[in-house]
Design a protein around this ligand. Sequence first.
Ligand SMILES: [Zn+2]
Length: 349
Amino acid sequence: MKFNEQLEKRFAVKQLVEKLGAVFPVFGVTKSGACHCKEGAACTNIGKHPIWWLVRHGHTEATRDMAVVNEWFSRTRLYGMNIGLVANEDWFALDIDPRHDGDKSLARLQEQFGALPKTVTSRTGSNGQHLLFLAPKDGRRVKSVANALGAEFPGIDVKGGGNGYIVAPPSKHKSGGVYRWEEGLGPGDTELASAPEWLLERVVAKPRERRQDTPIPAMITEQDRKRAAGLLEWAAEEVASAAEGTRNPTLYAKSFFIGTLVGGGFLLRSDAESALIDAAQAAGLSKRESERTVESGLNGGEDNPQGLPDDTERQAERKKQWLIEHGYYVEPLSVYEMIAQHDQKGGGR
Ligand SMILES: [Zn+2]
């Protein structure tokens, strides 16, 4: 990539970070429109997924630290990188996809409910748009949902709540197009607008119906619950950052595992469900597919209740403590130490 182009890019990203938040590296696009990942032209998400060798946990490793961002630029200087911008808690994006009639849906929405205010808006490389609005500050949460405005208004996804991201200017699109800010609507030119109530009503997360919650037995300690909640968070992260083609199997395996903990009484089923379904949708699975896979995974796991996976380690630790207290304990030798002792005794080799 040309030096000037690189400088411009770094400047643009600095502004992006200052105004809109954390970014992470996304695979770039070759001159012929292939992905820079190893799948190349066969990639099903060309120029839109995290560079796994820079951010192992995908968008969850996004940063506002320009030193880190510049390091990413340096390490990808030969072929450039695209910019992933996390839709954080402060704002959300309407992702308008014209291939699924999102542009028509947007026009019809505004006819029906009123014009949307001018706000930070980018033109995507495929001639779609990202419209960014301030998130509500009254406790309601916007979540990433595909086709968020229902079947009546197809082609509009919502990205928000920290579990979604958009590809931001100045990234490249597989079509050869470049993501750019609409004239006068860049983050340096205009402020994020508040969304009208009719839009908020349609994009905030509805409280999920709780069902089949088995009360957590009293013998399970607060610490156990904390560790189980940590495992749920870990599982959700694994799902959210699963590579294309492995998402559904990963979702099933992690749901099954978490199901065993629900069955063991360490977690509430409803907490497990919402965390895993959110993560699956953030990874790009449809709502319906996510719900179905999580349901069957959790069901399977619940039928096979398990203790926390490190219980055996804790038991081993307790056994060791007992041996120490009773004076039986001898620190086991490593293989190397045993070999060294053997050699010293004249055992030779
Ligand atoms: Zn790719």
